[in-house]
Design a protein around this ligand. Sequence first.
Ligand SMILES: [Fe+2]
Ligand SMILES: [Fe+2]
Length: 398
Amino acid sequence: MKYLSKEEVIDRFKRYRFVKNQIFEMMGGWVLSFPEIEIKIQFGRQMYSDALHSDLLKQRLHYLGARTDNRQIAYPDKKFFAYLEDLWHNASPTVVKLYTVDVLLRSLIVDTIREQLDRTSVPEDKASEEILRRIVSDDYARISWANSAIMELDPGREILTDKLRETLKDNLAKSGGFMSSEDPGVPFKREFAYSKAPTRPKNWKIIENADEYTEKNNTYDNVEGKKRLLHDLVDGELCSIERLGKMLAEFPDFPWEMKMQLTKQAWDESRHAESQIRRLKELGGKVGDYPVNYWGWEVDVNRPDPLERLAISNMTFESEACKHMSSWIETARTTGDEESARLIEFILMDEVTHVQIGKRWVDELTKNDPEHLKRVLAYPETVLAESRPKGIKMEDLV
Ligand SMILES: [Fe+2]
Ligand SMILES: [Fe+2]
């Protein structure tokens, strides 16, 4: 048995980081395109988990002497890039996404890391060992979750037939994996068509013409109003996971710390959606019960400037949401609904940080360009003043 040298450990960590980043960016870009609510919520959580793994690897690389961004990632062969690009465009429907990324690609990572663990010398490289064990354990859990989700979505193996499984396995094998860089590739750009709305289950009613959006009478002092509000909140959380995922997929060159905060936010939103769905059920409702509209979505995710997206969603819609949540907590409490108050109190604390994330990165990324900052900050006002449909109130958008 030959133990790995420091340089070999560095090389491997750079490759694991590359593939982890690819996974969370690709998953992020996919969320808006499939209808299964539970899977969207899981993707929000996993994006952060993969980003955290990448962050742990990055920290260890720093300690091993790889201290600059370009020394903390390695690009594998062109063939592997071509494989990823093909997945990005063609892995469909949802079960194929789950199988290729969450089962096959993750199994390849786990196998590669386990082989490294056998060749890791401790105590001198104990710090690497601990990170690797954590990744393996999280990825095993994720693979097992994905296998159960696949069984539920495709119980008769009609989509993911044995033959298709073999082909997908073969494609990954033929790509040569991520451990070689004889002929390194370059990252490809993930393009998105103009989006009117994210994908929702077929039975959801989507109001296409936002001027018709007048039927709501949401208050937090009766059960019907609460169900409607919770339903809107759930849909808003899903939109947040989707818009953040899309942004991460489209802009892989954001500063690392920003990506960490955006993936953390995606995880927050997925927990929010889970607890709101639970409360909605307790009150006798379920997702899909009420109509939704996507005007707020359209003016956000299609903007070419990601900072304008942060200005409208994180800094404006989420900031408004904080105000509304504070008053809902009060109403819930005065009407004796401690459970709703308790739940929203937790969510509100996260939402405040989302407003801060938006502000921080808008400030940071425009610090040498005051004109840009002005444009970015003017965007929400312009949108709300000029193009908000008549039927939509500010509180309908949060
Ligand atoms: Fe949220
Ligand atoms: Fe949020």
